[in-house]
Design a protein around this ligand. Structure first.
Ligand code: AMP
Ligand code: GLY
Length: 427
């Protein structure tokens, strides 16, 4: 079987690494990929959102299975374009991916189907939005409706900040068309978790629990990033929370999407805020998380390919997936300056030594090959991921590997996984 993975981040390297272990797979391509992916797949010089070129290429090269990593191609209709040509592709249709592509759509869906989430209002008119926030207590969360590369959510602690956020999105149009509508939402307190599930539109097959670390600095300080590290399982998702999320979030969402004529197939990712054992949805994503995919797939013992195929073909109910009991931790190593501006082209050293540590793997994100050397080419550069006998052991091993790798300006959080230890102590 020939497989094409679309994207170039740590999530896509993990997908390639996992798919390469499937006995059914003879060859993997990745568009556009990175320096790590190039060691396991043939990288194509086609951008991930170039729907037309990718469809034509997959048809010409008779690709048996395509897996879409990031959200942009999904919301642009990549899956619809492939399916129109009879090509098998993993991911939701354009109409189903709107659950991530429009926060207003997602909030309306949650309201209609009684899915627990923060109180909110949607605005197109700046003056009306201003009148609304003047009556509301702070903190408030202002969200641009569309995709804004993770920057469209602004947490506002004062009314001045709320007005500035509305001005930025609605008047200055900082996120362009993504800010035509805004969602103003109640601020939710608690601990976040990422809840991912495969679904074919009927059956829901949850992945183990997971937690991301969004802010750039230790103790969740500083601006949000794409994610600075993740671990699985996440003890904040207790057995009770897990069952409630399936019953109160995933089942009504999947059924609601089908009722709306937007049958959802792929991975559905609910970003949750959990307080006192109650989960509320912060957002939905129409894809796997990055860096959540790194620890999750490292814990997946079964072959991923049959699960992807069953999701596409609608017989996920026949699938059983075995997971490692051992926890996994991923520490993201980033370029100095990220999530703001940063320099590229720094030579990365120590990857050879790092590769010798057992039960660990260094997934590449923003890396490229230059004059035979692996150099940095993005904000998030590597996702150092390790299994351990317990969470403490997995943390230790991930940091042991990260400590062997260096480049000028390499930065990573030193507290990935600490929340799991704290939750463990609470129990
Ligand atoms: P989203 O893209 O909607 O997940 O928002 C990005 C991040 O903003 C989330 O991971 C949270 O850390 C934060 N966030 C979003 N909505 C809320 C909310 N209603 N209350 C508190 N934090 C939020
Ligand atoms: N790690 C957060 C995301 O993938 O959206």
């Amino acid at each position: 079987m020939k497989v094409l993975v679309i994207g170039s981040g740590g999530r896509e390297h993990t997908l390639v690494w996992k798919i390469a272990q499937s006995p059914a797979v003879k060859k993997i391509f990745c568009a556009p990929g990175n320096a790590g992916i190039a060691q396991q797949a043939e990288c194509l010089p086609i951008q991930a959102d170039d729907v037309k070129s990718l469809t034509a290429w997959a048809e010409r090269d008779r690709i048996d299975l395509t897996v879409v990593g990031p959200e942009a191609p999904l919301t642009m209709g990549m899956v619809d374009a492939f399916e129109a040509r009879g090509l098998r592709i993993f991911g939701p249709s354009q109409k189903a991916a709107e659950i991530e592509g429009s926060k207003a759509f997602a909030k309306d869906l949650m309201k209609k189907y009684g899915i627990p989430s923060g109180e909110f209002q949607i605005f197109r008119d700046f003056e009306a939005a201003v009148r609304y926030v003047q009556k509301k207590p702070v903190p408030l969360v202002v969200k641009a409706d569309g995709l804004a590369a993770g920057k469209g959510v602004i947490i506002c602690h004062t009314s001045e900040e709320t007005l500035a956020a509305l001005d930025l999105i609605m008047v200055k149009k900082a996120f362009g068309a993504a800010g035509r509508q805004v969602v103003i939402e109640e601020f939710l307190h608690g601990e976040e978790a990422s809840f991912l599930a495969f679904t074919d539109g009927e059956t829901i097959l949850p992945l183990p629990s997971c937690q991301d670390h969004k802010p750039i600095f230790d103790n969740d300080q500083g601006p949000n990033t794409g994610g600075m590290g993740a671990y699985s399982p996440a003890p904040v998702v207790t057995e009770k929370v897990h069952l409630e999320v399936i019953e109160k979030v995933l089942v009504p969402t999947v059924q609601g999407m089908a009722e709306e004529g937007r049958k959802y197939r792929g991975v559905l990712y609910a970003g949750l805020m959990i307080q006192d054992g109650q989960a509320k949805v912060l957002e939905f994503n129409a894809r796997m998380g990055d860096p959540e995919t790194q620890p999750l797939l490292m814990r997946m013992k079964s072959d991923l390919v049959p699960v992807l195929e069953a999701t596409i073909e609608g017989h996920l109910s026949n699938q059983k997936v075995a997971w490692e009991d051992r926890p996994a931790v991923c520490v993201v190593m980033a370029s100095a300056g990220y999530p703001g501006s940063y320099e590229k082209g720094k030579v990365i050293s120590g990857l050879g030594e790092a590769a010798k540590v057992p039960d660990a793997f260094v997934f590449h994100a923003g890396t490229a090959l230059k004059d035979g050397k692996i150099v940095t080419s993005g904000g998030r550069v590597l996702g150092v991921t390790a299994l351990g006998q317990g969470i403490r052991d997995a943390i230790g091993r991930a940091y042991e590997v990260a400590g062997k790798i260096s480049w000028e300006g390499a930065y990573y959080r030193k507290d990935i996984g600490q929340k799991a230890l704290k939750q463990g102590m609470k129990k």
